[in-house]
Write a protein that binds this ligand. Structure first.
Ligand SMILES: [Zn+2]
Length: 198
């Protein structure tokens, strides 16, 4: 199962969505029939196939390959992502670090990137997305612990009344041994900082 196939079948041709987009265009004072906007309802519907394509995947779909390997901490990142805030349908973009301590098994590194994608491509709040990524990995890969750190900028904050384009939101979630092991958490943060969190 590939993320590039991550499309909601038929959404681009969904007439109800086209009509809804036309209504928005009209109500903001535009002419939905002018040349530049004629195909906009179709284009928006098609874009939503990708932006919301993550609903069609479960973590076990991407964590299907696991290999026997004993090693210490594994950290993948920064994994860049784009998601849609469910309160404003505005984008938030940033990067995630996924860290886990294997218990006899590891998964492909690209699978961790895909795990972020399946939760980013939905209507989200960053707090829940971070928890879902952590649970998705902890429940589907036999491991001792998981730690996920997400850093993102929200367009609904930077482009609206607050107009603050410097602030970022940082969220983290821990599962398993990381819940009690402060030292392990500190080690992960040190390793991430070596890689210069952006
Ligand atoms: Zn928002």
């Amino acid at each position: 199962m590939e993320m590039k196939d991550c499309r909601i079948a038929g959404l681009r041709d969904n007439k109800k969505i086209h009509q809804a987009i036309r209504t928005i265009l009209k109500e903001i004072g535009e002419d939905p029939n002018r040349e530049g906007l004629k195909r906009t309802p179709y284009r928006v519907a098609k874009a939503y196939e990708e932006w919301c394509g993550g609903y069609w995947f479960k973590p076990k779909d991407v964590l299907d390959r696991q290999f026997t390997e004993s090693c210490g901490i594994v950290i993948e990142g920064p994994i860049s992502f784009t998601s849609l805030c469910e309160h404003h349908l505005a984008f938030f973009t940033g990067s995630a670090y996924i860290c886990y301590i294997p218990d006899k098994y590891v998964t492909g590194l690209d699978k961790l990137v895909k795990l972020v994608e399946i939760y980013a491509r939905r209507l989200q709040v960053q707090e829940r997305m971070t928890a879902q990524i952590a649970d998705g990995l902890f429940k589907n890969l036999k491991c001792k612990g998981v730690m996920v750190v997400v850093k993102a900028k929200h367009l609904c904050v930077s482009s609206r009344e607050t107009k603050n384009d410097t602030t970022e939101t940082i969220t983290s979630e821990v599962r398993g041994v990381f819940c009690k092991d402060l030292g392990a958490r500190q080690e992960v943060m040190n390793l991430i900082n070596m890689k210069d969190v952006k």
